[in-house]
Design a protein around this ligand. Structure first.
Ligand SMILES: Nc1ncnc2c1ncn2[C@@H]1O[C@H](COP(=O)(O)OP(=O)(O)OP(=O)(O)O)[C@@H](O)[C@H]1O
Length: 418
């Protein structure tokens, strides 16, 4: 059979660009990868949270019933890390205490249905089981997967399920089944659930019957401040070779991430991208300029993703504001002015314009994502005051992103100028 990817004879390996490694400044790149679980010595600033999770899981380390908990906090505040870290230690201690301890981690961002969660739990327990059971990949539903799970749990004294991004699941069935497993006679194994969410209002949405089984503990993880972020990054400095990071780099990354909302993931990502950028440029050191460029790049890509993922009319409304920002003097525009341009955009796209009220709502949604800002202006309350919108991003970039096809963009701009 013909190999679809032929391997050529390379005459001069040394001059092939692929032979030039970018790696020189990195020593342990994996320390900065998303999903890397650092060892205890590298976890900083979460002592209280670690000890709260230890209190929940301590009984499990002796083969006794653990407590359930809901863990809240904004993204990148260490919820998954602390949950996995303490569960891992509890498993090690349980083994020393001759207690049979199983654990599984499911991210509902990836497993977003009851069936997927149940399958992932069952398959993870299967890997830890001594029984020769094979959990099928397809062809059965959630309740069958749960049956597999309950039957395998019979081998264990305790099982801890960490269910991350729980709010991505449409209903509470998974939480209900897990938190009531032993009580409802499904298994004699003690099951503990650590349910993680970055939406604090999630608890309000939970069904009463689930609330009552989960309210044993509620933990809130607060954002990191700049100093904590500095310590988290310092503890991973050895991802780079010695003397590669200039002295201002870590404080700068920490300051940028703290400004967002104290997100450790963001901080690690910026540091990694700055390193990649330096490596790509062939620079021997990472500088604050690399950090700023990495941050700008991340910011622009996130923003472009947001635009690309929005509905056509939402894009047209934003485009109208960007267009006015580009061609007019001043940077704040009334809903009426934006609406008139929006109508023209709809016209040239062959779409029916939405009502002015609806377009106002779409503009408010952009303000919610910090892409625009709006406020009342004019004569004051009841005296002809009206709402003005301001674009907080570069107009050109919005225009480029909304209409990625150069010809469409050209046509629309030409029609608007007429
Ligand atoms: N206290 C800390 N010490 C060291 N590294 C940390 C700490 N907190 C978070 N990190 C690192 O930051 C990244 C994000 O952490 P984690 O996944 O635990 O956040 P999270 O709160 O679960 O976020 P999300 O809600 O987005 O899943 C991980 O790479 C983790 O290793």
């Amino acid at each position: 059979m013909n190999d679809p990817i032929p391997t050529p004879d390379i005459e001069d390996f040394d001059s092939d660009p692929l032979s030039q490694r970018n790696e020189d400044i990195f020593a342990r790149r994996e320390l900065l990868r998303v999903g890397h679980v650092p060892e205890s010595g590298r976890i900083v600033g979460r002592d209280q949270e670690i000890s709260a999770v230890e209190d929940l899981l301590r009984p499990a380390a002796f083969g006794e019933p653990p407590k359930n908990a809901i863990v809240y906090g904004k993204t990148g505040t260490g919820k998954s890390l602390v949950s996995k870290h303490v569960t891992g230690r509890a498993r090690a201690i349980a083994t020393r205490n001759n207690a049979k301890f199983g654990a599984a981690y499911v991210d509902c961002d990836q497993c977003d249905t009851q069936t997927r969660v149940a399958r992932s739990l069952a398959q993870q327990v299967q890997q830890q089981s001594s029984k020769n059971i094979s959990v099928p990949d397809i062809g059965i539903g959630a309740s069958e997967y749960f049956k597999y799970l309950w039957s395998m749990l019979e081998e264990l004294d305790v099982f801890i399920a960490i269910v991350d991004e729980i709010d991505k699941l449409g209903d509470d069935e998974v939480l209900f089944k897990l938190s009531r497993a032993e009580e409802s006679g499904k298994t004699s194994c003690y099951v503990g659930v650590l349910a993680i969410s970055n939406k604090i209002e999630y608890y309000e949405r939970l069904n009463e019957r689930v609330k009552s089984s989960l309210q044993e503990a509620e933990l809130v993880f607060h954002p990191y401040d700049a100093n904590q972020l500095i310590s988290i990054l310092e503890n991973r400095r050895d991802a780079f070779k010695p003397n590669v990071l200039q002295s201002g780099v870590i404080p700068r990354v920490a300051a940028l991430a703290a400004r967002e909302h104290g997100d450790a993931r963001k901080a690690i990502e910026i540091l990694y991208s700055a390193g990649e950028l330096a490596a790509k440029n062939g620079d021997a050191q990472v500088t604050e300029e690399h950090v700023d460029a990495a941050q700008d790049y991340a910011d622009v890509s996130r923003f472009q993703e947001l635009i690309r993922g929005s509905t056509p009319h939402s894009k047209y409304a934003l485009f109208a504001l960007a267009y006015l920002t580009k061609i007019r003097i001043g940077d704040a525009f009334s809903t009426g002015e934006i609406y008139r341009v929006y109508e023209q955009v709809c016209d040239s796209e062959g779409a029916d314009a939405l009502s002015r009220q609806r377009v106002l709502e779409l503009l408010k949604e952009w303000a919610f994502s910090d892409i625009t800002e709006n406020k009342y202006t004019g004569g004051g309350k009841g005296q002809g005051s009206y709402r003005e919108h301001t674009l907080l991003r570069e107009a050109d970039m919005v225009i480029e992103t909304v209409f990625e096809q150069a010809s469409t963009k050209r046509d629309i701009l030409a029609e608007l100028q007429e």
